[in-house]
Design a protein around this ligand. Structure first.
Ligand code: NOJ
Length: 758
């Protein structure tokens, strides 16, 4: 059993141990045949209208309570955005007792990084390089959501993103397909448990199928143009991994992929997803994407949109209502066959059955209250946040801060902001439950004189969409130049008189996420000015970055002594960051993306192809370096590590066997720490140019002071296979390969091997 699977299983055992009303169902896990028979029997009894109603999902906040009741009675398939357990039970009761066939409702929600207890944002979770920890975080999110009546999370987003201008880069696992695959599988296991219907778990929904992360110019919703080669070798891989992990549902994307809207794209939804990958669950469209088919200039009318969406294989439409309005006539006219409808409705019924909703439709409201924001949930959130922060710089070991430090200035617009600490997709969280960094440090250092001040303000834009935390846009409180100067000076004075300063800077939480792309990567507002002025005082300064994307911190990277990137750390963020800053926790996160120096370098990613003049890769611009500020995979620790003695069990590897590499890692410091050891390969020649390096394996391990360990990597040779654009199929080509091991993608320790036919 792999390291990851072993850890996931432990997680499940932990979760199931919490008393569950579904225990009896768990013991009676139905067979596939039984599930199918149940669904078919039900389908036989359903009218055309009842089938179509199952294919509709209505949004809680857009229907009146009376309409919601009416829909439940009519047999609507699903609601999204109901979160109150009492109301969920009420609606479920209407569906189960008053609808003709008593089919329970499926309640979906954006449980992206937590429900009421918020975990670090997904990009942060990927920075942990710890699939077991990510699975655990998602299983805790599932526990809390399921207790409240949510049975379906619209997570994980596995869109590879190579452009940090795109606001939704924060929701994914970064730029790498291999890390993306691991994170996709971990999240599916965490959310769904050992099988669909596991007690206290929910259905996962992998999204946004496919290619959304390649939005042109990083502009959210714009088209994606992706070559076949990149689609197969990069963008589709994490999806396939989620499907292999048994994901129950898939969400089709908003945009068009190479000219064809993803939500009516038969190649994606039928050929790839169902035929090639054998996906057996159901596809839900993204918000109103069926309707948008007309906006795309694809469907001629709304009726045409409904027909093309259903015929492409979208089982359920989110909020468009086109199926209800147009499919009855289309089916009668034969443009949609009843076999197509049955095939699309069946998996929806099957999922409801697997979840146990036909036997246990209701939730225990008292239990929901117990679980919501419980000590266990908070604890899990804090631990996750500690694993996700990335230490980018630590000159002269100025971190960790001494606990007997007499005075500390905590400065910055994000230092004491509860909503920003949560990050995007925290719609169900309550701001007041959040521990800010200022609060965490105050609790951690009770004997230190602490001054907390903003220094500068960032004007909060209006919520970009209903999915944002509904924080009203704030006009700056300081309205005159004089007020701004007084506050700026006050912050400088606080820094001047304190032994050290922690500056908490970055982006407001709604500056990344949906409809939150940026054309620049600079610190918004006057934060850079503040940073430079405080640093100029020449005293110890730590920059804590809160952000959903890499920011332009090129000046800071060579002037500010310590930089800790905490992304958006969630409900317990302040406690986690206080532990990290004082050494009660040791940073162990590594970047899941390449960190550019400035916006003009974008797109910049490590797994690029070499073309011409290989030694000139740093000088492809005349006005700036073409190298990143920090490479993919980079991250420091308070410990120090030495990686050596790379050896292969054999320099010739048969194409049906395994590459066995071993390497020694030593903790050269006096503190315990965790390191992420990464393995990269490169195919020297073949039917296509292959990336200069590709991640093929990693291990995260803790080492005591002075400890040395030898670790083994076993990489199945077929991990080296790729989709060849010339041969138009996946191939594993015999020949020479390079292999590197290290703690980021610039690893120097090198060897080579040859793949031979078996
Ligand atoms: C739109 C977003 O693109 C998607 O990610 C989300 O799950 C749905 N809306 C539902 O909120």
């Amino acid at each position: 059993m792999s390291h990851f699977l072993r850890r996931t299983t432990l997680t499940m055992a932990f979760t199931i141990a919490i008393c569950s009303p579904f225990a009896s169902y768990a013991q009676n896990r139905p067979s596939d045949a039984e599930v199918r028979a149940f669904a078919d029997k039900l389908l036989n009894r359903m009218t055309l209208e009842e089938k179509i109603e199952q294919m509709e999902q209505a949004a809680g906040q857009y229907v009146t309570p009376e309409r919601a009741n009416e829909l439940a009675k009519k047999g609507v398939g699903s609601f999204l955005f109901f979160t109150d357990p009492v109301r969920i039970n009420e609606l479920q009761k209407i569906a189960v007792t008053q609808s003709r066939l008593h089919i329970p409702l499926l309640f979906g929600y954006d449980v992206i990084h937590g429900f009421r207890t918020i975990f670090p944002v997904p990009l942060a979770m990927a920075s942990s390089w710890d699939p077991g920890a990510v699975a655990k975080a998602q299983s805790m999110a599932a526990l809390e959501a399921r207790a409240a009546g949510i049975q379906w999370a619209f997570t994980p987003m596995v869109d590879i993103a190579r452009d940090p201008r795109w606001g939704r880069i924060m929701e994914g696992a970064g730029e790498d397909p291999y890390l993306g695959e691991q994170m996709a599988a971990a999240q599916v296991h965490g959310l769904q448990g050992d099988y669909i219907g596991s007690p206290d778990h929910i259905l996962a929904c992998v999204k946004h199928f496919a290619g959304y992360g390649a939005a042109i110019g990083g502009r959210d919703y714009d088209s994606s143009d992706i070559s076949d080669e990149l689609l197969h070798n990069v963008y589709l891989r994490p999806y396939h991994s989620a499907v292999k992990a048994g994901v129950a549902t898939v969400m089709s994307a908003y945009m068009d992929l190479n000219g064809v809207p993803a939500s009516a794209n038969p190649w994606l939804l039928q050929d790839v997803l169902r035929k090639d990958w054998g996906f057996k669950g159901f596809v839900v469209s993204d918000w109103e994407t069926s309707k948008s088919l007309q906006t795309h200039g694809f469907a001629a009318s709304l009726q045409d949109a409904a027909i093309r969406s259903v015929n492409a294989g979208v089982n359920m439409e989110m909020t468009s209502n086109l199926y209800r309005d147009y499919l009855p006539a289309a089916t009668q006219a034969g443009t949609v066959t009843s076999a197509t409808l049955d095939d699309l409705v069946r998996p929806i019924l099957e999922m409801k059955y697997r979840l146990g909703l036909f036997t246990n439709p209701y939730i225990d409201v008292a239990r929901a209250q117990q679980i919501t924001l419980s000590t266990q949930e908070r604890e899990a959130s804090r631990q996750t946040a500690e694993k996700t922060a990335v230490l980018l710089r630590n000159q002269a070991n100025i971190l960790p801060l001494r606990k007997d430090i007499r005075s500390l200035a905590i400065i910055g617009p994000l230092a004491d902001s509860q909503v920003d600490t949560l990050g995007s997709w925290s719609i169900h969280a309550e701001r007041q439950d959040t521990i800010t960094i200022a609060q965490g440090l105050r609790e951690k250092l009770p004997n230190t004189k602490i001054t907390v001040t903003k220094g500068v303000e960032i004007e909060r834009p209006a919520p970009a969409s209903i999915f944002d935390a509904q924080v009203p846009p704030t006009k700056a409180v300081m309205t005159t130049d004089e007020e701004r100067k007084t506050e700026f000076d006050h912050a400088l004075e606080a820094a001047r008189t304190a032994e050290a300063t922690v500056l908490v800077l970055g982006e407001l939480q709604n500056m990344s996420g949906e409809r939150a792309s940026r054309a620049t990567l600079t610190l918004p507002g006057r934060q850079e000015e503040l940073l430079e002025a405080v640093t100029a005082l020449g005293k110890p300064v730590v920059l804590v970055l809160m952000t959903g994307r890499p920011l332009d911190i090129t000046w800071a990277a060579s002037h500010v002594p310590a930089i800790l990137n905490v992304w958006y750390p969630g409900t317990e963020g302040g406690h986690a960051v206080a532990n990290l800053l004082t050494g009660d926790a040791n940073p162990s996160g590594h970047l899941p993306l390449t960190w550019p120096r400035e916006v003009g370098q974008i797109p910049l990613f490590y797994n690029t192809n070499l073309t011409q003049i290989p030694d000139d890769t740093a000088h492809r611009y005349w006005d700036t370096s073409s190298l990143p500020l920090y490479p993919f995979g980079f991250g420091l620790s308070y410990a120090g590590f030495e990686i050596s003695d790379l050896a292969l069990a054999s320099a010739k590897v048969k194409s049906n066997s395994v590459i066995q590499a071993s390497v020694k890692i030593k903790n050269t410091s006096a503190v315990t720490g965790e390191e992420v050891v990464q393995l990269y390969t490169h195919q020297r020649a073949g039917s296509a140019s292959r990336p200069v390096r590709e991640l093929k394996g990693f291990q995260k391990l803790a080492l005591a002071p002075g400890e040395t360990r030898t670790i083994q990597f076993s990489i199945p040779a077929d991990e080296l296979a790729f989709w060849s654009p010339l041969l138009r199929k996946t191939v594993l080509e015999p020949g020479a390969f390079d292999l590197w091991v290290g703690n980021d993608s610039s690893a120097k320790l090198h060897t080579s091997f040859e793949v031979i036919s078996h």
